[in-house]
Design a binder for this molecule. Sequence first.
Ligand code: WT7
Length: 568
Amino acid sequence: MKMDFPQGLRLMDKFNLDDYDHAYTTFRWEDAEEEIGWKPGERVNIAYSCIDRHVKNGRGNKIALIYDSGDRREFYTYRDMENATNRFANVLKDCGIQKGERIALFMPPCPEFYISLLGTVKAGAIAVPVHSKYMKDAVTGFLTDSEPSLAVTTGALRARIETGKIPSLRKVITTESRDADSDWRHLVSSAEEKPVTEWMDRREPMLLLYTSGSTGSPKGVVHTHAGTPQYYQTGRWVLDIKEGDVYWCTADPGWITGISYGVWAPFLNGATNVVCKEISGPQDCYKVLAKNAVTVWYTTPSLLRFLMNNDCNILKKYRLKSLRKILSVGEPLNPIVNRWSLKTFNLVVHDSWWMTETGAMIIANCSCFPVKPGSMGKPVPGVYAAIINEDGAELPPYEMGQLAIRSGWPAMMSGIWKVESKYREYFRITPWYLTGDLAYRDRQGYFWFQGRIDDVIKINSERVGPFEIESKLVEHPAVDEAGVIGKPHPMHGEIIKAFIVLNSNYTWSDRLCREICDSVRTKLADRLVPCEIEVCPGLPRTRSGKLMRRVLKSWEVGLPPHDFVTTE
Ligand code: WT7
């Protein structure tokens, strides 16, 4: 019997990645473009590829999104999502939003967030997700920089958007608003349902997301529609999403993981995507896995450590028969976590490495090759990664140097919002993108993470910039100078430790300590409050006055300051 396979299936067979070396040498991103229906030279839209495409392909009745709020669950099919995102895009059109304008999304994960995000991108606008844990001053900072024309938020968070301070803002749409003109539900249900997909040039932006570095305020990383094939392909090869999978990414959509792998990758692959509120304990986590029969789970080493260190007996109550794949990202995955996972779930954890700036996975453990516990894996086909020295020369296996990626992969950021010079810094050494991470490669091509070159801190796998905390600390009148480092912590990866120089008019006390912490909490965010504050007579600085956080770190952990310290 002759079988006619649609074009897509043949290609999927070709690159099912059962042979990494073959795929690595022959795969071209055009192959992935073809699979998602992109034609050379044609304009595109990632939101269309995520949602509408599946409806056109007869999968409109498949569940796209399960929202699990703990007490109840809501289900949305791909057709529901198409309908709702069209309506939201029409709301934006009715408000006069044009291509390229920014729409701030300040809300916790909820169906309205996902609909607003996809609708925004469908309308050709740029989505600016802002993590819901940020307080008023920090939110004002992000919105002043990104200049959104419109913001979407919840009733509870509305008060943190200071409309008067953000001149660009023409409208705020709020879930649970009493005023029909700004109520999310009212606007969406009364908008037209007709499709409004704005067809975009591949290099046109669709996302602006803030992340921290070691200097300066958080920077806005810009991503474009061009990343689509990479979100799709890594979703297939690394997350291993197949028809019938129920997928859960634990990252909040205020961080890049919660977007690239909490929205793009699962929807591009037509998965059923589980989203839920913040999980507060192991019980919550196992409940979500069990109740939704999750099959593929993308999480962080921090969450896994948390589960490992909390009563495993809880697990016996839940049947996690469906779970077939666990993956992690964000910080080094401790080999002990992998041993625990194997014992507990009978599954090895597949680590993956990437950054907000890379947009999508760069190095990962694909299903087709064995995991070496402690290694991040190998570069995904289509991407070239290397270990380089200060001159950009590639180093041989086992030599430690900076991890660098040959620039030009599809999901690479297209800019740093308003700061061209910051963007150029990443590409100082042609042809490389410089990651700021130290690593080495072994003879089999696996990469091993060794640390950061700069002072970026990782707490619960989330990136924290010391500078933003230092800036808030010195706003307190008792603090003359502040230096912040990450102190190693067995569960959280790192915790925030601050060294401060006290103003001579103040005396140190528990009360003052609490007061300083409270000011960081109310101005910035609870998760950025130092766990420890140490008063010292002065801070170590270079001759040019640059704070030497590495020296602070050596005070703390007793190691000699790192080689990379500069003393200009
Ligand atoms: C930094 C990027 C976008 C992914 C989530 C984090 C560290 C990331 C790993 C890993 C060791 C890792 C690096 C990187 N990192 N993944 N598998 N093993 N370290 O993105 O917040 O932009 O942080 O996270 O230091 O540079 P991010």
